[in-house]
Structures are given as structure tokens and as C-alpha cells.
Design a protein around this ligand. Sequence first.
Ligand SMILES: [Ca+2]
Ligand SMILES: [Ca+2]
Length: 437
Amino acid sequence: MTLFQGGTARADNPIVQTIYTADPAPIVHNDRVYLYTGHDEDGSTWFTMRDWRVFSSSDMVNWTDHGSPLSLATFSWASADAWAGHVVARNNQFYWYVPVTNRATGRMAIGVAVSDSPTGPFRDALGHPLVENGEIDPAVFIDDNGQAYLYWGNPNLWYVRLNPDMVSFTGGPTQIPLTTAGFGRRDGNPSRPTLYEEGPWVYKRNGLYYLVFAANCCSESIAYSTAPGPTGPWTFRGTIMPTQGSSFTNHPGVIDFRGNSYFFYHNGALPGGGGFTRSVAVERFQYNADGTIPTINMTTAGAPQLGTLNPFVRQEAETSAWASGVETEPSSEGGMNVGYIDNGDWLRIRGTAFGTGASTFTARVASAAGGGTIEVRLDSTTGPQVSTCTVPGTGGWQTWTTVSCPVTGATGTRDLYLRFTGGSGFLFNVNWWQFTR
Ligand SMILES: [Ca+2]
Ligand SMILES: [Ca+2]
């Protein structure tokens, strides 16, 4: 895909530019945000989704692509529809709850995958659905007393009490009454009299339980309800995010991270974007003093950066605030690499702290073609060029070599741009880069 050209104004939404992403499910683990998403296939005209993706960030602006540690193929019993999932950490494991179509029944069911790493790989924990009633959008909440709840549903809203193993439950699915007092009033749709549509997201803050959800249809907004306990009774509190952003669905994810609160959602903001080609985005927000949530509008600016990025340690090429023209793929050296680089493609890395200066730029590169050039620039794609590094042909797209080049004039904290130039066709791949002082 060829995507937005970035100007000088801050524009870091949507979070991922290399693929279409949907249905954000962020968690915080070890002082890092892990963002789990679905993946709309390019050119989709339906919810054509085959795998899930994970990204992570320590500064909310530069995001690392960890690829796809979970797909339909993980579940032998699933036939289609890798839709909106949710991840929760417990027992030193990561549990990923996802709705998929059960091949045997043709109905939507909820499976659970498990991994000992937030970036996977994940395996099917059960070999069969955890729960199945034809409804979607799982979300797990673990209360302070350790009791875990799985919520899900469209058109209804359900919960079940999960056991401490997180892959079984006690008691049957219980329906949460969809009353207008609890979930607001929808006009003109007698079969769906409340605003609740889908996508529950449940959490607790200062003793109050929040249930954020996609409201109305279609297009959806995001609204929320609160309750004194995890099973209600719920009171409707209003709209958080109005209908915006050229996707007729939306999907909430809410976290606190390093003293700030963040609201994740999706829209159709990338070129070619729309209701079936969505992109996950994020806004920072502050709760009102009484615990209510303010109106949050979609922006292209996104959240402010927390701290800076250290260029003197290895940084993955697949870590960026914006990637123009490139794609990512699994690397033979582990993790991902940036590839499909054409002449003029570039990466933006925000807030790179060079301090008193850098002397050398090093990059791990590969090329089955003739290679090309990495222009190392500051501030913009046409800003000061502090290094020029030639990438040779290496005989293969996964045949890696390391190139190093002198750097002059890289001081202070600046936005770093890696601009790629060369002839026609794909030029080279980049796995990682690093500066030395
Ligand atoms: Ca390209
Ligand atoms: Ca890499």
C-alpha cells in the first residue's frame, strides 16, 4: 500500500500503516503496552479476517510490529471469521479469547488460545470452543478478589464466571438484562430497544465497574455504563465517542499506562479504508473528577509521546511512528523485518534522543536485488541528512549483512526519518538499526 505522505504536523493515527487492523484489545505488561488487533485483508468487502496481530509500545507513539502469533489455523475446529478478540494475563500466561466460526456447527463460538509470552506463539488451549451460543466479542475482566468473568454478545449481552485456570467456567452463561436504564434507548428498532450493539469492554476503576460498548447501529458510536459490581445493575452513562471516521463499526479498548488513560478504537482512516478495511487508533484522555468519561473525538494526531526513544540500543526496523510504502514480514533472524521497500519509501521514528551526538549508523539489511541507499534524516523526509548508507545486494531477501556509515549533525531529541532510495522494484529489507555515540 502507498499511504499518507506525512507533513510536519503530528499525525500518528492510525497506529498501523502497513496493514488494515481492527478491534483493538490493549493490555499493559512489564511497563509496555501490547495491542492485540484483528486484521482486515486488503480489498475486503466483508469482514474477511484470517489472523490476529500484536503490536507493542513503551511510548504510545513508536509501535513495534510483532506479526501474527494467532490465526484461524491455530484452532483446528475453526473455519472462518477471525473477529474481535481480547487478551488477559494471568498465571504467568497470556489468554487470548477470540470469536470464530465453528466448522462443525456453522455458528460463531469463542475459543481461547494461550502463550507464556505476550507476543506468542499462541496455541489452542482446549481443542474445542470454550463457549458457543452464536454470539461474538469476548472480553475478560478479573476482579480484585480473583474472580474472572467472560463477557460477550451481539445482539444479547452475556457473562460467565471463569475458573482460575481461565479456560473453563462454573455455572452457565447468564444474560445481562438489556434495559434502557442500563444501556440507553435506541429509537426505530423494536428488536434492539437499547443502544447496546456489541464489543463489551469491562474494567474497574476506583471501585466503580465500567462497561464500554459499541452502541447503536449503523454507524456505531461508543457508549458506556457503570455498575457497583461486575454483574450489574448497570446504569447508562452516555456516549464516549460519537459516530465518526468512515467505518460503520467501532470497538473500544481502555487502559491506564504510566499515569495516563488511553482510549483505543478503529476507523477507516487509511487510504482505501472503510467499514471492511479498518485501522486502529488511540487517544489520550482524562477521567472527569466524578469518574465519568469525557467525549473523545477521533484525531489524526494521536497520543503524545511518553519519553524518548534510545537510538544507541538496537531498534527494530519494524518499530516506527509511521511507515510509508513499506510492509513487514517475519525475519529469518527472528521477529519481523521491514520489506517491500521501493524508491522513496520511508519510516518515521518519533522523539529519538541523540543527546550530544551520534557518530555511526548501523543497519541490518538484505537484498536479493541490487540494494540501494538509506538516507538518515532528521525532522522530515526532506530534513537534514545526517548519514547516507549504501546497502549492497546480498543474494537473498533473508540473507543478512550489517552496514555501518558515519553520522554528522545528529544531536538533541529529534524525529528520525529513514528514507530509502534506489532503482525500480523492491530494493532491500531492513531488520534493525542502531547508532553509536
Ligand atoms: Ca513499497
Ligand atoms: Ca526486526
